[in-house]
Each structure stands twice: as C-alpha cells, then as structure tokens.
Design a protein around this ligand. Structure first.
Ligand code: PMP
Length: 424
C-alpha cells in the first residue's frame, strides 16, 4: 500500500495529528486494515505474514476472545470495587500457572503500569528506593519505568544502576557469575550512596539486550545476589510470558528463579489492554496495609473475561507445547540458513522467540545497517519482523503462538531471499 496516493494522504494526516514521538515500522509503512490468525491484510487486500506480534498470542481477531469480550461488554462493565465473578475466576485460573509462593494478583492495564506498581511495592517492602536494571533494558513508559529503561535515553537517575546483561556468546560460562557479581557490586554502591537497594528488575528473555535464553539458569545467580543484598527480584514477563518460550508459561521458570514479584502484559489480553503483578502474599499484605490500590480499568469484568478466554485457548490448544515444537522447526531452518549465509553470526532464542544476529563475516562487527535492510526487504516480501539489541543487529522473530510449520517455511524463505538481496 505504501506509495499510493491514499497511503501518502494518511501519512500526512498522521504526521499532522499525532505527536512527533511516534515511530512507524519500515521504510515503506504498512497500512493494515484486518487480521486473521497470523495473517495481516493491508488497504489493498495484500496479505502479510505476521512474525512479530507477541500481543496477538492466540491469533489476530481470534473468535473466542472477541466473543467473550462482546458478551461481557453487552452484560456489564464496572470495576473492582464491586463483587464480581470474572476477576476472581481469572485470578484463580492465572495463579494456578504459578509456583505456590506467588499467591496473589493485582490487575493493571499496561506492562508499564505493572512494572511501575511492582517498583512501588518493592520500595514499600524494603523501605528503599534503588533499582538495578540491565544496560539496554526497557521496562516502560511511566516516569518511574522510563527511568528504568536506559535503552530510551542516556541518563538514568541516581536511584537506578545499570549492569551489563549476561552475554553468553562473548562471556561463555562466566556470563551468569559475572552478571551476579555486578548486581552485588551495584547493590553495595546503592547502599553506600544512601539510596538503598530495593530490587533487581529483569526481562527474563533479555529482549532489548539482543535475546538471551540460554543456558537455563542464566539469571539465577543474579537473583540470588539481589536477595542476598536485601532486595526483591521482579521478573518482567511482559514479553517472555504466556508460553512464548515453548517450555512452560514463564521465562523465570526456565532459569529457576524465585521472583518475589512477576509482571505481565502484552499477550495477556490478545490486544485488549490488560496487565498485572503476581506476587508474594506477605509482600502484598504489607503494601495493602499501608496503601489502597484502585485502578479504574484494571481487572474490570470485560478485561477479566478476555484474559480468561486467552488462557482457555492457550490451555485447550496446547499452545505452549505448540510454540516449543514450531519454534524448534523454525530454529532448525534458521540454523540451516546460517550454514549458507556467512553474515549470520548466531541463531538463538527459545520457542517462538527467536533471534538471528547479523555480523560482518570477516571482522565480526555488528551488521546494524544490513539488519535494517533485511527487515525492509522482508517487508517487501510481505513477511513482518523487526530488529533489536544494543547495536540493532539482531533480527527478532516473535510470531503469534498459533504460527505453524508452513508459515515457518515461508518465513525462512523470505529471510533467505532478503539475505541474498542484501549481500555485499
Ligand atoms: N516490559 C517489557 C520487557 C516490554 O517489552 C514492554 C513493552 N515493550 C513493557 C515492559 C511495557 O509495556 P507496555 O507498552 O504495555 O506499557
């Protein structure tokens, strides 16, 4: 659709009406009007394979989710200051997917809100204000969570300390221990500076750090270090959660972490804004004895009905195992591509969260500019992905969990062509 008069007109109106902080994907923007499963359709009826949306986890416009949303909206939508079945049932159903020590839920509307609240709770529990995040982390849009997101800007306030994320490719077996030692040192500095250490917050797939899933247990020593230093561990599952990694519902479980608080978002409502914090009962009790938390929209009956419908589909269709199996196929195809394209430096990830790192075959330097060209070339072939990592040289492949083996073949063919088209 890009390039047509209608698309140009919409682009002009968008630039006039929407603030400058918005960014579009792709050199040639895509004007989408409809979705179905893993397919997206533009204004001209052209079909695109969606290999990037982890929000539409059970597929775009999934009937069970739309029907549940409509049925509850047609009956009643209020908030959590009335007794209401859906929010309680949803909390019970969700908590059944967590270890016993994570016993209660608070619902919010965005991942940022969930992280913001988790930090408030950690500050309230510890009586301290300092947090540790990884160097290229992203945790949200609010003032507090933007401060926890060094990938957005250069300056972080004195209450936030950054540590280099573990990089098992460069650091090998030392990665987990080095990361833990840095967390200990940063916590000691926070204590020494009088700020105090409240918690470590970590994205359990390290997405903006370039996607690091292996080895299992990678994050466990750092979590132990955070606990030893008197802080809480907050597992940010906004990207990794709800089965995406293909071997369980949560990234923290792969790493044998024992988080005190877990934050959820993106896929939770398949596009409907619902998020939440799952945590220890004693920690929530202490917070609740001091503060009332009321979120007008968080946990409303329509959101709860949507969350339940998403969970129903994930459970009934066995989407966690499906993500594991489809992801394994896709990974084998990508690894095969790597044997034919020397520009691929690494293929990694877990389940349907895969990463293809592009590097100069001679020098090993990050091929950032080529990565952007590959993403745009694939968009021209109507396969949608994006890039991530501190150098922007990691192709990020993160389709809806209903992605199938045939679609995986289409994706790897498009990537094969895009790599060939961007050689030299
Ligand atoms: N945490 C992580 C790891 C994320 O990727 C994001 C969103 N990209 C957020 C938090 C914030 O979520 P939201 O955009 O829903 O506020």
């Amino acid at each position: 659709s890009g390039g047509t008069a209608a698309a140009d007109d919409l682009l002009c109106r968008r630039r006039r009406a929407l603030a400058a902080s918005y960014r579009l994907f792709y050199d040639e923007p895509v004007h989408l009007v409809r979705g179905d499963g893993c397919w997206l359709f533009d204004a001209d009826g052209e079909r695109y394979l969606d290999a990037y949306n982890n929000v539409a986890v059970v597929g775009h416009a999934r009937a069970e989710v739309v029907d549940a949303m409509y049925a509850q909206a047609a009956r009643l939508n209020t908030h959590t200051r009335y007794l209401s079945e859906p929010v309680v049932e949803y909390a019970e159903r969700l908590l059944a997917h967590f270890p016993a020590h994570l016993a209660q839920a608070i619902f919010t509307c965005t991942g940022s809100e969930a992280n913001d609240l988790a930090c408030r709770i950690a500050t309230s529990w510890t009586g301290r204000a300092g947090f540790i995040v990884t160097k290229n982390a992203y945790h949200g849009t609010t003032t507090a969570t933007a401060a926890l997101s060094p990938s957005l800007h250069a300056d972080t306030p004195a209450s936030v300390r950054t540590v280099a994320a573990p990089n098992p490719r460069e650091e090998g077996a030392e990665a987990a221990g080095r990361f833990a030692a840095d967390v200990t040192a940063a916590a000691e500095r926070l204590h020494a500076d009088g700020v105090g250490f409240a918690g470590l917050i970590v994205d359990t797939i390290l997405s903006s750090e370039g996607v690091w899933a292996e080895p299992r247990g990678l994050l466990a020593p750092a979590a132990d270090a955070a606990h030893a230093a008197g802080g809480l561990v907050i597992a940010d599952e906004v990207q990794a959660g709800f089965g995406r990694l293909g071997d369980g519902m949560w990234g923290f479980a792969r790493h044998d972490l024992r988080p005190d608080l877990v934050t959820l978002g993106k896929p939770m409502g398949n596009g409907h804004p619902i998020s939440g914090v799952i945590g220890r009962r004693d920690v929530f009790d202490a917070f609740g004895s001091r503060e009332r938390y009321f979120n007008t929209f968080g946990g409303n009956p329509v959101s709860a009905a949507v969350g339940l419908a998403v969970l129903d589909v994930i459970e009934r269709d066995g989407l966690v195992a499906h993500a594991g199996a489809t992801g394994a196929h896709m990974r084998a195809e990508l690894t095969d591509l790597a044997s034919r394209h020397p520009g691929i430096g690494d293929v990694r990830g877990s389940g349907l969260f895969l990463a293809v790192e592009l590097a100069d075959p001679e020098t090993g330097a990050p091929a950032s500019e080529r990565t952007a060209r590959v993403v745009n070339e694939m968009r021209r072939e109507r396969v949608l992905i994006s890039a991530t990592g501190p150098s922007g040289n990691v192709l990020k492949i993160r389709p809806p969990l209903v992605f199938d083996a045939e679609q995986s073949v289409l994706l790897s063919r498009a990537l094969d062509d895009a790599l060939t088209a961007t050689e030299a």
